[in-house]
Design a protein around this ligand. Structure first.
Ligand SMILES: [Fe+2]
Ligand SMILES: [Fe+2]
Length: 297
């Protein structure tokens, strides 16, 4: 990876610092994270905590009840859940979000089910399990960010924006610390899920993004648009959310094929993604009071 120097520390939910600010994230740092003491015993998500029940509840959430109306689609997600295991240290972070920031917890689960669904629609052959872990943990670095910043309703200052953006690199470091294997794409997905294929994203401004990451990027944006957020007075409607995704695709930030898969999944009569068109005919109305992307100074 490009050498990146952290501006903020990487913290566990307990406040314990695993990487101080001002440190280069290079191979030797990643190796040292894997050697730090942590509970890396693997546990099943199906039989620990309330994960499976919480996934069932996400199926009932706003437009997801329509996207996941077919039993076979819900069953295929639940069969993935059956095989998901994470280290105890990683499980504790999911539990932390469930207890202290339930909107981030719901968002992680939503992006997980959506990414699995869109990957299946696009027939991404043999979607690796690592990408399921990647969608589920893409925002895990938010446990390093003060909750006041995550829940701020007014525009962020430039410093707060930088702090918020730190959740990408924090997630990358945390997932190495949790001991995920070298074949696991989830640290990359956590690091790159705010990049754009035209190089305008963060933290590295990369253009070369894996397809699995790109799917997570689209699902992340879509769920954020449809869900209540502190920085705006109401959520986007499904139509306006799909139009926003379309604009982002026309700006060259994500693939139009992924947007087509969303449109196909939202149709009354489901069709194959390649039979859908995306157009610049925007008729939805975004919420009026929206502080996303607005800054104080
Ligand atoms: Fe994020
Ligand atoms: Fe996210």
């Amino acid at each position: 990876m490009n050498i990146y120097t952290t501006s903020f520390p990487v913290l566990l939910p307990s406040g314990i610092e695993i990487v101080p600010a001002g440190v280069k994230i290079d191979d030797s740092l990643l190796a040292s994270l894997k050697n730090m003491p942590a509970d890396r015993r693997m546990i099943s998500l199906k039989s620990n905590g309330t994960f499976k029940k919480d996934i069932r509840n996400i199926f009932k959430k706003n437009v997801y009840s329509s996207i996941f109306r077919d039993k076979k689609d819900r069953k295929s997600i639940l069969s993935i859940v059956k095989n998901l295991s994470v280290s105890y240290a990683q499980f504790e972070v999911l539990e932390y979000f469930k207890d202290t920031d339930v909107s981030t917890y719901d968002h992680l689960l939503s992006v997980f089910i959506l990414s699995a669904y869109i990957s299946a629609q696009l027939s991404v052959s043999k979607t690796p399990y690592s990408s399921f872990y990647g969608s589920l943990s893409h925002d895990i670095g938010k446990c390093s960010i003060p909750i006041e910043i995550l829940n701020k309703t007014t525009p962020l200052t430039q410093l707060e924006r930088k702090q918020l953006e730190h959740h990408t690199i924090a997630g990358y470091c945390l997932l190495h610390y949790f001991g995920v294997g070298n074949d696991n794409e989830s640290p990359i997905i956590a690091r790159d899920h705010h990049e754009n294929t035209n190089g305008t994203g963060y933290p590295l401004g990369k253009k070369n993004i894996s397809l699995n990451t790109e799917i997570v990027i689209a699902c992340d944006i879509y769920d954020a648009l449809l869900s209540p957020r502190a920085y705006r007075n109401e959520a986007f409607t499904n139509r306006t959310a799909l139009e926003e995704l379309t604009k982002i695709a026309f700006d060259g930030k994500i693939s139009q094929d992924i947007v087509k898969a969303f449109v196909a999944g939202c149709r009354n009569k489901k069709t194959a993604w390649y039979e859908c068109n995306v157009s610049r005919d925007y008729r939805g109305k975004p919420p009026i009071k929206n502080n996303y992307g607005r800054f104080h100074d």
